[in-house]
Design a protein around this ligand. Structure first.
Ligand code: SAM
Length: 204
């Protein structure tokens, strides 16, 4: 899989996508994550990516043209999905992460300012996704969150022990010491009885 993240702040995204599990997944060629400076697809001397909103109002709106040119230059194939990060989009879930992991290529478009010209959602993006019911300053965090959750579903990215949650759902975890300041680990987890442990985890 290849993931492209289009942003005016690639330097915010790269340390995250090059570290830890995402970095390891890239080194082992399970995924390639490229960030692109949107300003590369502007033609004026100030590399302008925003303009005033039609109809008036505060702030600036991101222009459609740089996004359009960026997507053209990526030469996307059929098994690609273009995702616009948006506070107004459908809320991203675990099921979306699994679904998106089946594409060969994902492109995340990161908005800033007051948002992105609506024609990007209407004509360029395949879907609009939000990571939660709050407004962020930009789409970079949303693109990183979704990239992280998707990459975990690519076969071979997680080790056996790391993939437990994807299989069984999330449950509370503890590690040593078994008693800390009188706070004890549930005794079932120390019992060695794997059937009971599994039942306990399912009930959580
Ligand atoms: N009215 C805008 C909108 O509909 O998203 C809010 C603009 S927000 C200040 C700037 C950018 O941050 C958005 O264009 C979007 O890319 C991103 N963003 C903000 N909140 C988000 C959220 N909850 N999920 C995903 N992206 C978000």
């Amino acid at each position: 899989m290849r993931i492209d993240i289009i942003t005016i702040f690639p330097e915010m995204v790269e340390p995250y996508t090059n570290g830890s599990i995402l970095g390891r997944a890239q080194k082992s060629k399970k995924v390639t994550i490229k960030t692109h400076q949107l300003r590369k697809w502007t033609s004026d001397k100030h590399n302008t990516v925003d303009d005033k909103p039609f109809g008036g109002g505060p702030g600036m709106v991101m222009k459609i043209e740089p996004f359009d040119k960026a997507l053209k230059s990526l030469k996307l194939g059929k098994k690609s999905r273009v995702i616009l990060t948006s506070a107004r989009g459908k809320e991203f879930t675990h099921a979306d992460a699994k679904r998106l992991a089946k594409y060969d290529r994902l492109v995340f478009l990161c908005g800033r300012y007051e948002g992105v010209d609506e024609r990007v959602a209407e004509h360029l993006a395949d879907e609009e996704l939000s990571i939660g019911p709050y407004v962020l300053t930009g789409g970079e965090l949303a693109a990183m969150v979704m990239t992280d959750a998707v990459v975990r579903h690519i076969p071979g990215v997680l080790g056996k022990s790391e993939s437990l949650e994807e299989v069984h759902g999330s449950f509370p975890q503890y590690t040593r010491p078994d008693v800390y300041k009188k706070w004890k680990v549930p005794s079932v987890l120390l019992s060695g009885d794997h059937k009971k442990i599994e039942e306990w985890r399912k009930g959580k």
